[in-house]
Design a protein around this ligand. Structure first.
Ligand SMILES: Nc1ncnc2c1ncn2[C@@H]1O[C@H](COP(=O)(O)OP(=O)(O)OP(=O)(O)O)[C@@H](O)[C@H]1O
Ligand SMILES: [Mg+2]
Length: 326
């Protein structure tokens, strides 16, 4: 446990732990990182350290420098609105680990949704806050220079979600490759890169975003599409109409915040990306873990394939999305 001893020593050096026993309590999740909760004299904190290889079935390496991108995103997003992200307390010298404040009493949105607690107003707040970060960073040379993470975004997002499927599906390949090319060249705003309900805490102050390891200066439509995809997948899993309503509320609130470009063009790109991400979650390298029923997979696959070939703007896509094919 030398690595953990390093963490404790570095927390002490940063003034974040006393001289007494320091217990690193692992938190759930942790596909891509070690994440611990640590009680300190000034309250609970979270320490996060990226793993060189992700804990998923398919082999998947990613540079640990993504820990640094995450810290940058958390700080930048708090600069837009301090309620959006936890406060970063220190960057630790070893392995791009960092410490942030622990948010007590804030469940992960995914757990709320899976337990049937679906709140469209919360989904709207998610859309509003993502749009706020995009609006604040749109067409900014400084932000563009601070997040030159194209290689990481390609390795963790474009390759596994778009190109992996393209390699296995000759009919869809040309369209998916075009989506991938477009996504890679668009430099419009600061993208979080992993806006999944499992990375959003439900706090008394609204949604708090975690896990910004894939942050990149790129196409803001990606964040909207990534989040909408999760809600649409869960609507098929549960059959619950409130999940498609939540997706509609997310998109509507996001739309209100778009002041940096023509909103119709953005929603069209978000519709394309959502179609591709939906298919990736049944055919790709990172399948949705709860979508194990073959009938659920078929419902998603059939709709996603049709939507990739005949794309719709995201608001229309959400309205037409079927939770079952009966
Ligand atoms: N600041 C925080 N306050 C409260 N809980 C937190 C905080 N940071 C992380 N957590 C908890 O730890 C979990 C894992 O954190 P995070 O998503 O950042 O790590 P990860 O290794 O990238 O996880 P995964 O790969 O599963 O998404 C979160 O889902 C959340 O439950
Ligand atoms: Mg996470």
């Amino acid at each position: 446990m030398t690595a953990d001893a390093d963490i404790v020593r570095e927390l002490r050096a940063a003034g974040l732990a006393g001289e007494g026993d320091v217990v690193l309590e692992p938190l759930t999740g942790g596909v891509s990182c070690d994440v611990w909760k640590v009680e300190t004299p000034s309250g609970p904190i979270v320490v996060k350290r990226p793993l060189p290889q992700l804990r998923v079935a398919a082999e998947w390496h990613a540079p640990v420098e993504r820990g640094q991108s995450e810290v940058r995103w958390l700080r930048r997003a708090r600069g837009v609105d301090a309620r959006i992200a936890p406060e970063v307390l220190a960057e630790l010298p070893t392995g791009h680990a960092f410490a942030m404040r622990f948010l007590p009493g804030s469940p992960v949105w995914k757990d709320e949704l899976m337990a049937g607690r679906v709140d469209a107003a919360f989904a709207a707040a998610v859309g509003q806050r993502i749009a706020a970060v995009h609006a604040a960073t749109a067409h900014s040379d400084d932000d563009r220079d601070d997040f030159p993470n194209d290689a990481m975004f390609r390795a963790l997002r474009v390759d596994p979600f778009l190109l992996y499927v393209a390699e296995r599906d000759a009919e869809l390949a040309p369209v998916l490759r075009r989506f991938a090319d477009d996504l890679s060249v668009r430099k419009i705003a600061l993208v979080h890169g992993d806006v999944s309900p499992k990375n959003i805490l439900v706090s008394a102050d609204g949604p708090v975003f975690l896990d910004a390891e894939c942050a990149v200066y790129g196409d803001p439509a990606f964040d909207l599409a990534f989040c909408a995809t999760h809600l649409l997948l869960k609507s098929v899993w549960s059959g619950d109409a409130r999940l498609t309503e939540a997706a509609a509320a997310l998109v509507a609130a996001y739309r209100e915040g778009v002041d940096w470009e023509d909103v119709d063009g953005l929603l069209l790109r978000a519709g394309e990306l959502t179609a591709a991400l939906l298919l990736a979650r049944v055919e790709g390298k990172s399948p949705a873990p709860y979508l194990t029923d073959p009938e659920h997979q078929r419902i998603v696959r059939d709709q996603a394939r049709a939507l990739i070939l005949a794309t719709e703007p995201l608001d229309t896509l959400v309205t037409h999305w079927k939770r079952n094919l009966a």
